[in-house]
Design a protein around this ligand. Structure first.
Ligand code: BGC
Ligand code: NOJ
Length: 810
């Protein structure tokens, strides 16, 4: 069942009923100022950091779901309604929500009045614009009462929820004409405030929640709205809000626009005050002025649209399959931008207080983003590397506002360092810019410890080498990519998190996943060393890579697939000898991509085992059989009921690792079928089962052992976005930047006739036409560049011009 449709021309998903199977959300803002907005206008905004600078209060996991946002109430006679249906939930004559690229347009209509609200964050601005267009479609004069509403969060979203004995005393506001200012804690250490403005005179306002809503009323029935009368309240402590009251008259057929602005302002310490106790509003007025007319707002909106047109122009696919095209050309790239911006911090599943920018997460996110804005990718790589320890280890996350690492969500994950080699090498392949390796980058944010970025990569590489276990395989530490395979934690206390509890010492648990990862990015490190003339470094590193390959062959092969690990006691994990969890996906993916034992046929065998044991209707599950009881020596993975999350869920992030490995052995059909199973556009028809948005990936789809296979959770902020984009563009379509140019090496289902791709790389545009006359999966027999046959499938003409490339498979 569907709840809307894709409008590819406008690059929008159009939701046609407000009661979607789960709030279907969108993101506004691309730098500094961000908003989350659901299809009923729920959500919140923040400046840079969803924990420390949250503007709107939002109550997660509430009843009803998705409570709080920026709401409008229209009182038209005795009828009260909201354009986005919620919170009033009066049945609308017409409802539509268009989620576009960094904007959302929600339209509601009731009894001859149409209200359309366009929400967006203009480029380079610290505000959310809400452009409301009211249209009287009836033949009578309409006199309506309009109330806006949002509730201020007292900045620190965590403290906001749990320190009530203080917080119910601190709220402060100022009111000036049509602008309602929120200045809680500004008198002390804060130099920032927020405001909510409308570009029309108001006939009233409210800034105190209780006065406006009523102590025992719901947000669906604020007393002020029921009475059609604002209270003109001035908040002192309790819960400050911002609500404008406007009386609007519309002649038959008449349209009126209103511009609401939710803004954030910072003042330097010496310019905080206008006069005693009165905040300096100058920057707010300047911001308001920037968007005080429809022309200005429309121009800003056009600029945002142009921004996205330009961004998406770097990779354009025409495959003949509209679902594939819309994912590759629009939605997957868009999701990659969002994950780049927010890592795992704020979504409808991540509450924006627990997790900042993940070391491994953000490095991986870059591979789906680097082609969009390489300069921002470079800056991010440096930010991440700056938090690294001198021994190559890493904080698991850093806070976006301070850019300082912390171990609030654990540490000692031994895969973390290697992902820095992935992001850096992808950046260089995209841009050809080796200078990043020379940039001086601090360790642990201490400038006195700064070394060239290359030394960070080296530290990453040797962090593995210096932490090997009894089989010569990498020690797992707290966990590897699979945060829940906690082989050293032995937790018996339900009051501690598996992610942060102390580990039992003396264990020698080793990871085959890190082993494969090390071979892949260890080789990459060797290549980089050679390219910058560090032959000695290359030679030494190669030796360790070769040793790892041997260790995997000797101790990592279980007969039909790769083992997953050795546990604390040195026993096999992910082996036919185990009762449950006999086979895991991650080591098949990484040892597969590393091509370990290819000549001996190990890869094909391992991938056949994946097909046989892990594949199901909705994707590839993480492990099989699922764990049916808690195993203290395995940790969190066995805490989940069967089929969910890391316990045999379809963890979409790792499915593309298998797709890539399949393309490496030429099985295009397999890779493609795996791709389609988890790709959201192909799941639109089963939205009622899938539940999360059909335009973005979810982290997890319930696996075959779950009570409801196919049901997804945790959409948006997941490495799934970057890895699927990477798998489909670089390996299935095979359009792959390398150090020396653009490789074209597709691996597709044999019945594909071909496809066209426009790809920009290093300032040059390539129009690539792939033809598959012999119905093969892989193999290129002829390449014609601008009419001339060339003898390789690597294009290395970077002259800033446009080139036509014909690629014949066979
Ligand atoms: C989840 C993991 C996640 C980890 C983050 C665990 O509860 O299952 O997917 O990576 O928390 O801290
Ligand atoms: C989600 C986390 O963000 C990611 O870092 C981790 O690798 C996966 N879960 C798997 O546990």
């Amino acid at each position: 069942m569907k709840f809307g449709f894709f409008d590819d021309i406008n690059k929008e998903y159009v939701i046609t009923t407000p009661a979607t199977p789960w709030p279907w959300i969108n993101y506004l803002g691309n730098e500094d100022f961000f908003s989350l907005i659901s299809n009923t206008a729920g959500g919140y905004a923040f400046y840079k950091d969803a924990k420390y600078r949250r503007l709107i209060r939002y109550r997660y996991n509430n009843v009803p779901m998705d409570n709080g946002g920026r709401y409008f109430y229209i009182k038209d006679g005795e009828t009260i309604w909201s354009p986005g249906w919620k919170p009033v939930k009066t049945e609308l004559d017409h409802y539509e929500c268009r989620h576009g690229l960094s904007y959302t347009k929600i339209t509601g209509a009731k009894e001859g009045l149409k209200a359309e609200v366009l929400f967006f964050v203009p480029l380079k601005s610290w505000c959310e614009i809400q452009k409301m267009t009211l249209h009287n479609t009836s033949s009578d004069i309409k006199k309506i009462k309009l109330f806006s509403f949002l509730e201020w969060c007292l900045w620190n979203a965590e403290d906001d929820q749990n320190n009530l004995q203080r917080n119910l005393n601190t709220g402060e506001v100022e009111i000036e004409g049509s602008t309602l200012y929120h200045k809680t804690e500004y008198r002390e250490r804060r130099n920032h405030y927020a405001f909510y403005h409308v570009n029309a005179p108001v006939q009233g306002f409210d800034t105190d929640r209780e006065s406006f809503v009523g102590l025992y009323n719901e947000l669906s029935e604020p007393q002020a709205v029921l009475d059609g009368k604002p209270r003109n309240s001035h908040a002192h402590g309790w819960s400050p809000i911002a609500s404008h009251y406007l009386e609007v008259e519309l002649k038959p057929g008449e349209k009126k626009d209103l511009i609401f602005i939710l803004g954030y302002v910072e003042n330097p310490d010496d310019k905080k005050w206008e006069s005693p106790k009165v905040i300096n509003k100058k920057p707010a007025r300047t911001l308001i002025q920037k968007y005080d007319s429809i022309q200005k707002v429309d121009r800003a909106f056009e600029a945002l649209k142009d921004y996205w047109v330009a961004l998406l122009d770097g990779f354009v696919l025409e495959s003949g399959d509209e679902k594939l095209d819309r994912m590759v050309n629009i939605w997957n790239q868009y999701q990659c931008m969002v994950t780049f911006n927010l890592s795992r911090s704020a979504s409808y599943f991540e509450v924006g207080i627990g997790r900042g920018m993940g070391f491994r997460d953000s490095n991986q996110d870059l591979i789906g983003f680097v082609h969009q804005i390489p300069e921002r990718a470079r800056e991010r790589i440096i930010d991440i590397a700056s938090t690294q320890f001198e021994d190559g280890g890493a904080y698991h996350q850093y806070q976006p506002l301070t850019k300082r690492g912390n171990d609030a969500i654990g540490g000692n994950f031994n895969d973390d360092p290697l992902w820095l080699i992935l992001s850096t090498s992808e950046y260089i392949k995209e841009t050809g810019d080796y200078s990043i390796l020379d940039e001086m980058v601090p360790f642990d944010n201490d400038e006195s410890l700064a070394k060239p970025h290359f030394e960070h990569l080296k530290a990453s590489f040797y962090h593995v080498v210096n932490n090997l276990g009894p089989h010569g395989l990498p020690l797992i530490g707290r966990a590897d990519w699979n945060d829940c395979l906690n082989l050293n934690c032995f937790s018996t206390d339900p009051n501690e998190s598996f992610q942060t509890t102390g580990n039992k010492t003396g264990g020698k648990a080793e990871s085959l996943m890190i082993a494969g990862l090390f071979v892949v990015y260890g080789r990459e490190f060797v290549t980089l060393c050679r390219r910058i003339g560090k032959e000695q470094d290359a030679k030494e590193a190669q030796k360790y890579v070769d040793e790892m390959v041997e260790a995997v062959k000797h101790y990592g092969w279980d007969g039909e697939w790769f083992l997953r690990a050795y546990d604390y006691y040195g026993r096999k994990v992910g082996s036919k000898e185990n009762e449950e969890g006999k086979i895991f996906i991650e080591s098949q993916g990484w040892c597969g991509m590393a091509q370990i034992g290819k000549e001996e046929g190990l890869i094909e065998k391992a991938l056949d085992s994946v097909k046989e044991r892990l594949d199901c209707k909705y994707g590839i599950v993480l492990n099989n059989p699922a764990f049916t009881k808690y195993l203290i020596e395995y940790g969190e993975i066995s805490s989940y009921p069967e089929g969910y999350k890391e316990n045999a869920g379809i963890f979409c992030h790792n499915n593309p690792w298998i797709m890539i490995a399949e393309t490496m052995i030429g099985r295009g059909e397999y890779a493609w079928n795996y791709y389609k199973k988890i790709c959201p556009a192909y799941l639109e028809d089963i939205s009622d089962l899938h539940r999360t948005e059909p335009y973005v990936y979810a982290q997890m789809i319930a696996g075959k052992d779950a009570s409801k296979p196919g049901e997804a959770k945790n959409s948006w902020l997941t490495g799934t976005a970057a890895w699927n984009y990477y798998a489909v563009t670089r390996y299935i379509l095979g359009i792959r930047p390398e150090y020396d140019g653009l490789r074209i090496d597709p691996c597709i289902p044999p019945d594909w006739k071909g496809f066209n791709v426009k790809r920009k790389l290093r300032g040059t545009t390539f129009y690539i036409k792939v033809e598959n006359p012999k119905s093969v999966s892989k193999g290129v027999v002829k390449v014609v560049l601008d009419g001339k046959v060339i003898d390789q499938n690597l294009i290395n003409t970077f002259d800033g011009g446009r080139h036509e490339v014909l690629v014949i498979m066979g």
